[in-house]
Design a protein around this ligand. Structure first.
Ligand code: ADP
Length: 161
């Protein structure tokens, strides 16, 4: 069984992330979306909230070979524990490249047997990231074309508080 993990902050999950998840789920027997807890960023949603949002969407989309977990610590250790053959990352533009290149080579140095696999989303998502969604939501702009309805509701609820 070929297992891949797809790590990220997912604060919150966007349609760009979902595009990558769907592509990965066709390439691997099992995909574990891995929500980072110990990121240096201060998230808008707690790790539990981010996991719950992803779970709800996966259920609706009937992506039965995709699961979600949160993790803290070294990514390759988590990948090993899950017997993953690959780490999935999304590449949007040249601007992603330098950081992703560094991470991929550093992860390979830690674990030579785990490959980083880059997938490109549909071009309609190439300018999309979670921070711009949070910003538009805070400013009461229109973001419903970029995130799942579950996330639209969660963002509105969060910002009402
Ligand atoms: P991180 O904080 O690790 O960058 P993110 O949750 O922002 O985590 O992203 C996780 C992964 O998904 C990264 O590989 C990132 O490049 C990718 N990604 C983020 N947004 C998109 C998008 N719109 N299209 C494709 N990939 C994306």
């Amino acid at each position: 069984m070929r297992i891949a993990i797809y790590p990220g902050t997912f604060d919150p999950i966007t349609n760009g992330h979902l595009d990558i998840i769907e592509r990965a789920s066709q390439l691997f027997d099992r995909v574990i979306v891995t929500v980072a807890v110990n990121s240096s960023k201060t998230p808008m949603f707690t790790a539990e909230e981010r996991v719950a949002l992803i779970k709800a969407i996966l259920k609706q989309k009937r992506l039965t070979n995709v699961t979600v977990e949160h993790f803290s610590g070294l990514l390759v250790s988590f990948a090993r524990k899950k017997k993953a053959a690959a780490i999935i990352r999304g590449l949007r533009a040249i601007s992603d490249f330098e950081y992703e290149f560094q991470m991929a080579l550093m992860n390979r140095k830690q674990a030579n047997d785990i490959a980083t696999v880059f997938l490109m989303p549909h071009e309609r998502y190439t300018y999309l990231n979670s921070s711009i969604i949070r910003e538009i939501a805070r400013l009461h702009g229109n973001f419903k074309d970029f995130v799942h309805p579950v996330v639209v509701r969660a963002l509105k609820k969060k910002l009402r508080r």
